[in-house]
Design a protein around this ligand. Sequence first.
Ligand code: NAD
Length: 345
Amino acid sequence: MTLFVDVRNMVRWTAETGPEAIIAGMSRYIEDDFRRWESFDKIARVGSHTPFGVIELMPTSDGETYAFKYVNGHPSNPARGFQTVSAFGALADVSNGYPVFLAEMTLLTALRTAATSAMVARALARPGSRRLALIGAGSQSEFQALGMRAALGIREVAVWDTDPAAMAKLARNLEPLGFDVHVAASGREAVRGADVVTTCTADKARATVLSADWIEPGVHVNAIGGDCPGKTELDPTILLRDDVEVFVEFPPQTRIEGEIQAMPADFPVTELWQVLTGRAPGRTSPSQVTVFDSVGFAIEDLSALRYVRDAVRGTPWVDDIDLVAEPEDPKDLFGMVSAFSPIPS
Ligand code: NAD
């Protein structure tokens, strides 16, 4: 049998455990896995691009457990009543190849992306950070705010989105959770005085949602929305500033999909796993601007799936499903159908 967490159970588990507690715990699982980075098989995800958006497969393995996620990115979806991002994924036992855990990952991707942002902010943001600017108030945004509170204790959020209804929704969701939300009149206003700037917009374009002259010394930029060829969010001159250091997950994937796709192939970046294991410096001064050029990497999904599996095992939030056909005689697969009913010739 394969363990299965469907949408209903993911929602119940998340609501009853609390998304912030999950993001905090999951970020430790992701950090543990980044610390053993060299033990994973790693490839850039496989994308199928169309004018509508992208469908991606994200595999990885540590030699004991294999994981994959199926995820789409369709920025025009909300206007048609669909979400920009939806996903599902699985863990498998490498020793026999059988899937052991299957889960919805639309919610889980929002939790894991916030958990990754939290892990990175813990390592790179200035201590004492108090104010978050959010550019983009869609599906990821509240999770991102919770991630920054889990990592840094931030409660002040300034938000900017081209859609006023999205900003109103964010305020409606975050204020009851104890956040002080300021709905800004522009991106520039949202960013002013922020310690951390999270960009989480969706547009299949080389957009500029963050301009170089808005960025104050010492800011940590958590750029999660530019995650696909032809889809970026930052003014590219930000990356070229002398006071900016760019941090990435897996360079072969980020060079295709991240903000640095606009830069030469040898553009200098620091790999996060090296910072987390002490092999490379993180922030080197309070005035340095740190940019996390986030695209989302398969190891984060493996960590997130591991975290949910460990948390729901033995609870009512998980079901057994019959996913693998298992004949008594492993060579007699046909016997399963012929024994059940006569096969017409
Ligand atoms: P969404 O469609 O729910 O929300 C995006 C929001 O951005 C919308 O409210 C839209 O009005 C706003 N927006 C678009 N252009 C804007 C602009 N120029 N200025 C201000 N606001 C603008 O999408 P989502 O699910 O919240 O995802 C946001 C982005 O994050 C997507 O691009 C998605 O692909 C990406 N993402 C990245 C990761 C990662 O690991 N890096 C994970 C999940 C999602």
